[in-house]
Design a protein around this ligand. Structure first.
Ligand code: HEC
Ligand code: HEC
Length: 170
């Protein structure tokens, strides 16, 4: 009875990928990198820019799905080794902004996490788009880590990650 089971599994798989193709409207079931709309950044509340942009750039919310941002906001006490807690009022404003401006489910799957909140830089699309960058480059003094988007993308704060604007610093 092994063969029919395998066939069923294959048919199920084919069905699942056909659905994904139809949803993405393109001929691959790969997760595309989400596009940040300038509209959602234009509507960003001031506290998001000041609070979430004080230690690093304020990451455009379209780069992670809402479930991932919720996990970020639920774990601010231990935010990648630092305490990033906010006043209750600011937290409420930022939570609601991130929830509405997050990537659509179609645009981004929640990246895998290991003992820390979800990272943009662990997303499948991120790893694929940056697979030509060697580990030594990420660690350059001028860069520091993959989280430092604006080191290479001059338009990062505007949500502009277009490959035309990329320059890897020495
Ligand atoms: C006190 C400093 C501090 C504040 C305030 C802060 N962060 Fe961070 N954040 C960090 C550090 C440190 C990292 C890890 C950076 C690294 O690995 O190079 C990080 C990483 C991140 C990442 C993952 C970046 C990646 O690699 O994909 C996200 C997303 C993020 N922060 C969102 C937020 C949000 C949203 C807020 C506001 C609610 C915020 N941060 C406020 C210090 C801070
Ligand atoms: C070490 C430099 C460097 C850092 C840091 C970096 N990137 Fe990139 N990024 C690149 C390069 C190089 C490409 C590929 C450009 C190409 O395809 O020719 C790229 C491509 C991209 C693309 C796809 C652009 C397109 O037009 O297809 C996105 C989106 C992106 N990066 C987002 C980010 C985000 C978000 C961060 C921070 C969390 C980040 N990058 C950090 C160098 C970097």
């Amino acid at each position: 009875m092994k063969k029919p089971m395998l066939l069923t599994a294959l048919l199920l798989l084919a069905g699942a990928s056909a659905t994904l193709w139809a949803e993405d409207g393109e001929h691959q079931n790969r997760e595309k990198h989400p596009k940040q709309t300038s509209r959602s950044l234009a509507q960003a509340p001031a506290v998001w820019k000041t609070e979430c942009g004080s230690c690093h750039m304020a990451y455009p919310p379209g780069l992670l799905p809402a479930t991932a941002w919720k996990k970020q906001m639920d774990t601010l006490k231990n935010h990648y080794g630092v305490n990033a807690t906010l006043t209750a009022e600011d937290e409420k404003v930022i939570r609601s902004y991130l929830a509405t401006a997050a990537a659509s489910r179609r645009g981004a799957a929640e990246p895998p996490t290991a003992g820390e909140p979800p990272r943009i830089s662990r997303s499948g699309w991120f790893i694929r788009k940056h697979d030509e960058i060697s580990p030594a480059v990420w660690k350059r003094k001028s860069i520091g880590s993959a989280s430092n988007c604006q080191a290479c993308h001059s338009g990062a704060a505007r949500g502009d990650f277009d490959e035309d604007g990329v320059r890897i610093p020495r």
